[in-house]
Design a protein around this ligand. Structure first.
Ligand SMILES: [Zn+2]
Length: 336
């Protein structure tokens, strides 16, 4: 189990042991925190054969990891645990109806039934409405665990019927220690200092698993290259098309740029480098900050609008490309 999930387990397992967990739980939090792992561990605890009165401090032993149920859950073959983990774009009404039907039957093995709906925000409206019925009339021994990094996309009526748990972002030093334990050597992923790990963590919204995937894919080098190129744009305006293409390649690239501009603004305002998000891009932020506070604020406002355009114009990349051209022209005109 990931070390940053201990806090959540420490709070949720006692509820299961004391049978105080509601029949529906919504586990929410940034992508890349291991929420599915957490929900599977909770499911194992709900299904574990150890009865609450068999141990004084049941939460310390739940799930036991030894009993028949625990072994089946670990093997992924427990017939009372149902997981909807779809890699398609949506979760349809048929899967939810089937799940509701299964949950209404009595447990086959033990004392409980558990269903996990991973990425629950992918439910279609019809699927969500079908689930609502199950939430309104819960079967006695069934627990539903919804997992979502975007709970705001769920129907409010679904959210309100769930007990909600937000998995907090871990402290950076805990994540860095975990990276080391994973044998993730800094030089292997192109990171050269603790600061570059922190920078990588910040561009991934503090999410350890997203950062790990990002580092292992060698994407951090791309960040340094892109931001470096952007910071020299005023001196090398002929590279503007290359920067434009690179920024459009992935919407996260605009986030990198946003963080750099925010750091530059911090410096322009006279704040200390310690407050920077991308401390490993300090030199670049210094260079960019020379355009001054007003222009940085203007650029950031424009970039924010640009990111919103990117969100609403899915399937219309031409529009986003044009907006980015205008933004870059504006930046060049003002950065000289
Ligand atoms: Zn067990």
């Amino acid at each position: 189990m990931y070390p940053w999930l201990s806090e959540s387990l420490g709070q949720l397992l006692p509820l299961i042991a004391r049978r105080q967990l509601g029949h529906a739980l919504l586990i929410k939090g940034t992508a890349g925190l291991g929420k599915l792992h957490l929900s599977q561990h909770l499911a194992q605890a709900l299904l574990c054969d150890i009865a609450p009165d068999e141990a004084a401090d049941i939460s310390a032993v739940l799930p036991c990891g030894q009993c028949h149920s625990c072994r089946l859950v670990q093997a992924g073959t427990h017939s009372d645990l149902h997981l909807i983990n779809s890699d398609t774009r949506s979760i349809g009404v048929d899967s939810i109806r089937q799940l509701s039907q299964t949950l209404s039957e009595s447990p086959r093995l033990g004392r409980a039934k558990v269903a996990i709906i991973y990425e629950a925000e992918k439910m279609t409206e019809a699927a969500a409405n079908a689930l609502l019925k199950t939430l309104e009339e819960p079967a006695g021994q069934a627990t539903l665990i919804l997992v979502s990094a975007h709970p705001e996309r769920l129907l409010p009526t679904i959210r309100s019927r769930c007990q909600q748990w937000l998995v907090p972002l871990p402290k950076p030093d805990l994540v860095l220690a975990w990276f080391s334990e994973q044998g993730l050597a800094q030089q292997d992923v192109g990171a050269h200092s603790e600061q570059s790990w922190l920078g990588a963590l910040n561009v991934n919204q503090g999410s350890p698993l997203a950062t790990l995937a990002y580092l292992q894919a060698g994407l951090d080098q791309g960040r340094h290259a892109l931001l470096s190129q952007f910071s020299q744009l005023a001196d090398q305006p002929q590279t503007v098309m290359a920067v434009h293409t690179a920024l459009l390649a992935n919407k996260v690239h605009l986030t990198w740029l946003q963080l750099l501009l925010q750091d530059a603004l911090q410096l322009a305002l006279g704040l200390t480098p310690a407050a920077l998000r991308l401390a490993d891009n300090l030199d670049l932020a210094r260079r960019v900050s020379q355009v001054g506070m007003m222009r940085l604020e203007r650029a950031l406002t424009g970039l924010l609008q640009l990111q919103q355009v990117g969100q609403t114009s899915l399937g219309r990349p031409v529009n986003a490309g044009m907006q980015l051209s205008l933004w870059l022209n504006d930046w060049l005109a003002n950065a000289k």
